[in-house]
Every structure is written in C-alpha cells, then in structure tokens.
Design a protein around this ligand. Sequence first.
Ligand SMILES: Cc1ncc(COP(=O)(O)O)c(C=O)c1O
Length: 412
Amino acid sequence: MFNPYEIRKDFPILDREINGYKLIYFDNAATSQKPRQVIDVMKEFYEKYNANIHRGVHTLSQEASELYENAHKEVANFINADGMEEIVFVKNTTEAINLVAYSWALNKLSEGDEVLTTLLEHHSNIIPWEILSKIRGFKVKYADINADGTLNIESLEQLTTEKTRIICVSHVSNVTGAINDVKRIAKLAHEYDAIIILDGAQSVPHMPIDVKNLDVDFLAFSGHKMLGPTGIGVLYGKRELLEEMEPFLGGGSMIKSVRCQSPNGNCQIEWHDLPWKFEAGTPNICGGIGLMEAVKYLRRIGMENVQRHERELTEYALKRFGEFEKVKFYGPKDASLKCGIIPFNIDGMNPHDVALMLDSFGIMVRSGYHCAEPLHRRLGIKGSARASFYIYNTKEEIDRFIEVLRSIESVA
Ligand SMILES: Cc1ncc(COP(=O)(O)O)c(C=O)c1O
C-alpha cells in the first residue's frame, strides 16, 4: 500500500521548520529531497569502500568498481535498457544532452541539416544546439505550442523534413508538466531517418519508463531529481549509436591502449568498451552508488504507484486552483495529461514576490522562467511561480498551500 506518510519518515529534511512553519517542499521539479537510505549508503561508501575504480588490483578498488558497475546495471534495469553498456554516467541531464551534441552531432551534421526541437524545452535542450549550429552551420527549428502550453504536434510534424537529422524533445515539460506523445514523435523521427533524443529530466523520476517501448535513441536524465545526489546523471543510448560515436571527453579510463612510438605521427588509440569510452577521468563514484540506492528505493515503491499518487495530488490541486479569482494557472487542466507540476501567477504580482511570501509560511516553490524563457515568452508571461510534487507530498500540504495562497491573493 502506497502511504506518503510512511514514506515521509525516510526523509529527514521534511522534519524541518522554516520561518516557524512546518516545511512544505513543492520544488521537486528543481530537485527532489533525499531519503535516509541514499544518505546512509553514501556515508557507508566513504567509511568502508572508498577507492578509485578500474585502477587498482587491491580489494578496495575491486569493491568500489563492482559497486559502481552495479549502479549502471540497476539503472539499465530501471529503464529497460539492454545492459550497462547503454548507460553512461554523466553529471546531469545538461551534460547528457551536450554529450550527444558534441559526440554525435558535431561529427555528423553540417550545413543543410536541421535539428528540430520545440518552444517548450528547458534551456539545456536549446542552448547546446544553438552553440553547435554556429560551428557546423546547421539550422535549429522550433515546433510551436498550443494555447495551454502543450506541444503542438502538428507543428512538429510539419517542420519535420528530409533535412531533419535530430528531433530532441522533453518527455514532460518542466513548466506545464504536460506529457508529450514520445512514441508518436519517435516514429516520426525514424520515418525520416532522424534520431530522437528524449529529455527525461521530468519523466524518469515520476513514471515507468521503458526505452525499448518508447523507441528513443537517447534518453537524458538527472539523479538529483529522482531522490539521488547532485552531480550524477545518465545518458542512455542505443548500443549501436554509442559504438559508432567518438568519445566526448578524453583522458584516463576511457582508452584501452595508447601507442605513441612514431616520432612524426599521432598516437594510435583504442577506445575502451562501453560505457567507459564516455566516462573519462575519475567519475562521481559515490554519486553513482547513491543513484543506485535511489533507483532501488523507487523500484520498491513501484513507478506505477509513484505516478498514481502524483496524479491524485495534481487532480486535487488543479481542482482547488479553480477556486481562485486572481490566481491563473497554466498547462493542461486534465491531470491525466500531465505530471505533478503546476505553474501559476497571481494577477498584479511578481512571481518572485509570490514565492517569497509562500516561503515566509514555510512553503518552497520555484519562481521565474524555470530555465524555459522561450515557453514563457510564447505564453506572453514574464515568468511564473511553480508548485511541483513528489512521493512524499500530501493533500494536506496542498490544502495548507491553498490556504496561504488565498491569504496572499487577498492582499494582491
Ligand atoms: C526538462 C528539463 N530538462 C533539463 C533539465 C536540466 O537538468 P540538470 O540541471 O540536472 O542538468 C531540467 C532541470 O530542471 C529539466 O527540468
């Protein structure tokens, strides 16, 4: 039985009071809180197993290497990848997308090619393509959105042509929470021989994900949004694509051999096997092990239960948002079309002021553009406040939030 009150007991930070009020943490789309199990396993790593990996024959190095490899296997199972070879550990979603940009697109795209993305993306799925387009001369195109902030799929379809080499979209918008029809977009990309890169930063933590079923070529996500630590993220890639790609960063741990005997020529280098070819230098070993524990925690709960709970919260919150006169919220009004993210504004108030007033009552929400300025501009708003939910949030917290929001509305 899914019980958020039991789950809350695993999250020490939720016992905090802020400004004299019990903490209500509604900024989960920015980063999630961490359960004691994750905190403990990381402490245990430094207390018992700390050593560099893949570099020593001694016991500690062997144990640390095994734990780090197991972390890749756990993540592979979690998203139904074909083994740890398809799982590259990176810093975060941002680095994962940049890895594909610099290892795949830099070598394959040139003038005349097109990268297709959308107006609802996080900046991390816009800026790498804009930077690279200036180097390689390809075009970046943006599919439009509908009035409710959802993706206009017809616009995406119309913009897809023979020139399209990459379609990169988020699975779930970090502003509106809207879920995109990834299977339809993957099919479209493959019909045109393009690849699809899925930004799963807001979906992998909140719903069951099966990369085979979605048929995406790459999937990027961050550990810190799914109960894991900061500084660890994942790039999933289909094995054949990762095999044919050049490495992203060069250095130790990503090569099998380097021979530089020839006085005039370059060294002869053999890249390491997957996924190590893409993990140059000493990686975030402890972070990987923390992520493994976070994944185990989510699997014990069951991702269907995670999604169901958040949907119930969202449905309830959307209903309660309807009670206001001066509070406007954006995104789909049907909770089944979205994840637990609700952006809103109070008429005549700056979203940062709204967030500060909520903070004075112990309620944490994000405010501003949420790294998605194009989406806000397209909606004609100068930012928003954003409440986002996770497994440990409750209807009781939503009631309190609505109560405080009503008092703020009354002074607006
Ligand atoms: C949809 C989406 N993509 C990408 C990112 C970037 O994630 P990170 O900052 O962990 O790289 C975020 C973070 O909020 C996001 O919500």
